[in-house]
Design a protein around this ligand. Structure first.
Ligand code: IPD
Length: 277
């Protein structure tokens, strides 16, 4: 039987490439920076233009599909996942990197049907690395198959996470305590590339063994989640339970043993957790 979503995946790769070109061109010019929810939550005109390009190109071919885009949500659109075929879009994952010309900047798109991720595309556009994954068909970087390291020992692992300012003092302290808790296992090290989607792809191709993060959104996670899962990685909730795309937190790892050890080691610092306290 032919794949009902292959046409969508092909279009996704094509549009993502164009988006990456737009980002690279924008890097040659002055970048005007605006603030969103806080002085460290940044957006640029390029984020908005790239999202418009992606959504309008897809809508032309698939007008009945739904969209969740970072900048559309910032402008007031709902961020609700339904059973519809849905494109979950981060036009620039790593906006702070983009502003500083720090070279991990990606376009990330995940596609869900009945709330299940069918495929993901992450284009790390400065490195020119196009990661693609189709459910059940493996993960690729520039067309070559990729897989996770398979590392089972946390003490031999390189772990990725992101350290962001949080205006909630309790959450901020939990984030720092989590970093200490992981570092003192000890692990080989912690790195922070600055793009959630790239982080997942780094685990997917075996350059890092795990990544955990709380407080991110579905558009930061959807594309990379497909890539790392199809590369043989494990994805779970911070609690050790099943991953939920709308939960704002995740652990991905090269093996279940490493993922579960991280789940045991860290406390939940996500906004959802503090809202429940
Ligand atoms: C950000 C990146 C970054 C993470 C931030 C995210 P954005 O995404 O994924 O790694 O630390 O929390 O907001 O805003 O550049 O799309």
């Amino acid at each position: 039987m032919s794949d009902p979503w292959q046409e969508c995946l092909d279009l996704c790769v094509e549009v993502t490439k164009k988006a990456g070109e737009m980002i690279r061109e924008a890097l040659q010019k002055d970048i005007a920076v605006m603030q969103k929810s806080s002085p460290v939550d940044l957006v640029t005109e390029t984020d908005q233009r790239v999202e418009q390009l992606i959504i309008s190109s897809i809508k032309e071919k698939f007008p009945a599909h739904s969209f969740i885009g970072e900048e559309s949500v910032a402008a007031g659109a709902a961020s609700v996942l339904t059973d519809d075929p849905t494109w979950i879009i981060d036009p620039i994952d790593g906006t702070t990197n983009f502003v500083h010309r720090f070279p991990f900047v990606s376009v990330s798109i995940g596609f869900t049907v009945k709330k299940e991720i069918e495929f993901g595309v992450v284009y790390s556009c400065i490195e020119d690395k196009m990661y693609t994954a189709r459910k059940g068909k493996g993960a690729f970087c520039n067309g070559a198959p990729i897989k996770v390291s398979g590392q089972e020992d946390i003490s031999r692992s390189l772990v990725l996470t992101e350290m962001n300012f949080d205006k909630d003092p309790a959450r901020f302290r939990t984030m720092l305590a989590n970093v200490e808790s992981i570092l003192t296992i000890p692990v080989h090290g912690i790195r922070s590339p600055g793009s959630a989607a790239v982080n997942m792809c780094l685990v997917a191709c075996g350059s890092a063994d795990a990544y955990y993060h709380m407080g991110i959104h579905c558009w930061d996670m959807a594309g990379g989640a497909a890539v790392v899962t199809e590369a043989g990685g494990v994805i779970m909730d911070i609690s050790g339970g099943p991953f939920d795309l709308m939960s704002r937190r995740l652990i991905v790892a090269s093996s279940r043993a490493v993922a579960e050890r991280i789940a045991k080691q860290v406390a939940d610092q996500s906004p959802e957790a503090s809202a429940q306290r």
